[in-house]
Write a protein that binds this ligand. Sequence first.
Ligand SMILES: NC(=O)c1ccc[n+]([C@@H]2O[C@H](COP(=O)([O-])OP(=O)(O)OC[C@H]3O[C@@H](n4cnc5c(N)ncnc54)[C@H](O)[C@@H]3O)[C@@H](O)[C@H]2O)c1
Length: 695
Amino acid sequence: MTKITESVDLDRRGHVAVLTVNNPPVNALSRHVRQGLHDGLKQAAADTAVHAVVITCAGRTFIAGADITEFGKPPAEPSLHAVLDLIEGCPKPVVAAVHGTALGGGLEVALACHYRVGVKAARFGLPEVKLGLLPGAGGTQRLPRVVGAPKALQMIVSGDPIGADEALAHGLIDEIVEGDLAAAGVAFADKVLREKRPLRKIRDLGDKIAAARGEPEIFTEFRKSVARQTRGFRAPENCIKAVEAAVTLPFDEGLKRERELFLELLDSPESKAQRYFFFAEREAAKVPDVPADTPAREIRKAAVIGAGTMGGGIAMNFANAGIPVTVVEVAPDALDRGLGIVRRNYEATASRGRITPADVEKRMALIQGTTDWNAIADADIVIEAVFEEMPIKKEVFARLDAIAKPDAVLATNTSTLDVNEIASATRRPESVIGTHFFSPANVMRLLENVRGARSSKTTVATAMAVGRRIGKVPVLVGVCYGFVGNRMLHQRGLQAEKLILEGALPHQVDKVLTDFGFPMGPFAMGDLAGLDVGWRIRKGRGVKSPVADRICELGRFGQKTGAGYFRYDKGDRTPIPDPDVEKIITEVAAEQSIVRRHIGDEEIRERLLYPMVNEGAKILEEKIAIRASDIDVIWVYGYGWPVYRGGPMFWADAIGLRALRDRMLAFKKQTGDAFWTPAPLLDRLADAGKGFLGG
Ligand SMILES: NC(=O)c1ccc[n+]([C@@H]2O[C@H](COP(=O)([O-])OP(=O)(O)OC[C@H]3O[C@@H](n4cnc5c(N)ncnc54)[C@H](O)[C@@H]3O)[C@@H](O)[C@H]2O)c1
C-alpha cells in the first residue's frame, strides 16, 4: 500500500488499483483528499500493470461533501473540477464503490467515475440547495444525463438523498453489492475489463436528455409543483436553470452555465444567510460551561405527565425515537382522549404513506397510558405538561420528587412560569430543567431547554442530548418570562395590535409578514392557535387588549369557531378579511380617539420586526440566550422566520444596527413611547459600527 497523502492510500489488487479515502469523520473533500485522488489517479494511470481503478472510502461513509472548514477561504489547488476531469479522462475504467452517503461533491466524484456500485444501505444526494447553492462541480450536468431530467430536478431541488434501490432503478448506480466493499468494487472492475466494457463517460450520454429536450413542459410543470415550498429562496430556480442547461447545451457549455449560476448564488444574500444558519445550528448544540464530554444520563425510559395538546405530541417524539414512554393523566377519560388523538395522528401519517400500519402499532405499543403515578418510578426523564398554573405545577413536582428515581431528570414544559419556582417544589432542584416544546410538539423541531438557576451540568447535558435524540433542535436558554421566542413574539404582537388601531387591517399586517417569508402573519397565527387562550390568560392577569377581547366576547375564537380576526369557509383554512372585524377595529380606535391613517408596508415591517431585534438585544445582555445566533435558530425553527433571511439577529446586522437603532429613535420621537427606547446593547453596538454577530 502507498500513502499518497495523509488521507488517501493507493493499493494494488491484481490489475486493479484501489484508491481509499480516509478522512474522518465523513471523508469530506479536504484539500489533501483532492490532492490524494489527483496524484493517486495519475500514478495508477501511468502504471502499466494497472488496468482499472476503484475509488472507495474507509470509515462510515463515502465522501459526504465539501470540507466545511474550507468555506469562505480562498480555493486551494487542486480544484474539485481538476480532480473530476482527471477521473473522467482516465484511460482506464474508474469505478466508485459507495457505502454510507455519497453527498454533494462526493456524489459528483462518483458521477465523474465510469461506473458506480453501492451497498444496499448507501444513499446518494446533492444537498447544496439547502445551503442556498447548487452542485457546482458538474452535478447539475451529469446527473440529468444519467437519471434523466425529471429525477435530477427532484433530487437537486429537494436536496434529499435517495437510497440504493432507487439509485439502481434510475441508472445512477450499476450494481448493488454485498460483502467487503473494496473487494466488490475490484470484482466489478474485473468484470468491466473482462467484458471489455467501454469507458462510460456520463458527459457523453445523450439518451435521457434528448428525451427531455422533446418535453419542455417538464420544467414548467416542475416549477409549478415546487412553487409553494421554494417561495423566497433563490437557489431552487438556479438549480432548475442548470438542469435546463444540461438538456439544451453541449456538456462543456452546460458546465460554464452551471458555474455562472453557482457564482450568482454564492454571492446572494439568501445563500449567505443559509450558510450562516447552517453553522448557527451546529453552534447552538454547544454550551460553553457544559462541554461535550459532560456525562449525560442515559435515557432508556421516559414519562410524560398530562396527555393534552402538548403531552400527547411530546410522548410521540419519544415513541418515534424508539424510547418507551409512560403517559400519566388524572382520569381514564382524559387519558383515552389524549391517546386517541395520538393514535389518529399516527394513522393520518400512515394514510399519507409516510409510515406503515405496523409502525403505528409499534409506536403505540411504546406509549403506556396510566393514571397510576407509581408507573413513572423507573423513568430516566419525566416531562410535565399539565395545566399552566403554578400551584398545579408545584404539586406535580412535589409528587415527582417523591416517586421518581434519584437520578431522573425532571422537566417542565411550561411556557410562562418560573422554572426556578417549580424546581423549588422538589428537594432536587439540580435535576429540574425546562423543556419548552412548540406546538404541534410532534412536528415542530425547536426545543427551548430552560436552564434553571440550579440545574446541574448533567441535567443540562441530558436535556440537550435527549432533545437531539428525539429529532429536535435544542437551544439552551435562561429563565425569564416567555423565554427567548415568546418574549420576542410578544413585542411583535404589541405592535401588531397598535398597527390595526392606527389604520392598518389584519390582512395587510399579515401580508407584510408573509411577503417577508413567514408562513403566516400574527393575526392568522392567533386564529390558528385559538384566541380564547390569550383571552383567558389576560383575564387572569387583569390585562386588556380591546380589539382581541371584543372579538372573543363574540365567541370568535379563531379557526375552531369558523371566525376570529378573519372568517373561514367551512373546511377551509384560508383567512378571509371580515368587515365585522374592521368595524370592531374602527369602533375601538374611535373610543380611544385614534385618527386612523394609511400605514405603508415598510412601516409595518419595521414596527413589527425591529422591536423583536431590540428585545433580542436585551435577551443577550441578560444572558438569557448564550449567543445571538441561538436566537436566530429559535426563530427559524420555532416561528417560521425564513431561513434565507438568517434569523432576526442576522437580518438586523445585514440592515446595519445604526440604521435600525436610528429608526427606533425616530419612532420614539414620533410617538413619545418609551417602547421604542433602544436596548443598551443595541445602542453600544450601533455606536461602535458593529453587529450582534461580531464584525
Ligand atoms: N398548547 C401550546 O401551544 C403550548 C406550547 C408550549 C408549551 N405549552 C405548555 O404545555 C403545558 C400543557 O399545555 P397543553 O396545551 O398541552 O394543555 P392541555 O390543557 O391541552 O393539557 C393539559 C393536560 O394535563 C392534564 N392534567 C392536568 N393536571 C394534571 C395532573 N395533576 N396530573 C396529570 N395530568 C394532569 C389535563 O387533564 C390535560 O389533559 C402548559 O404548561 C403549557 O403552557 C403549551
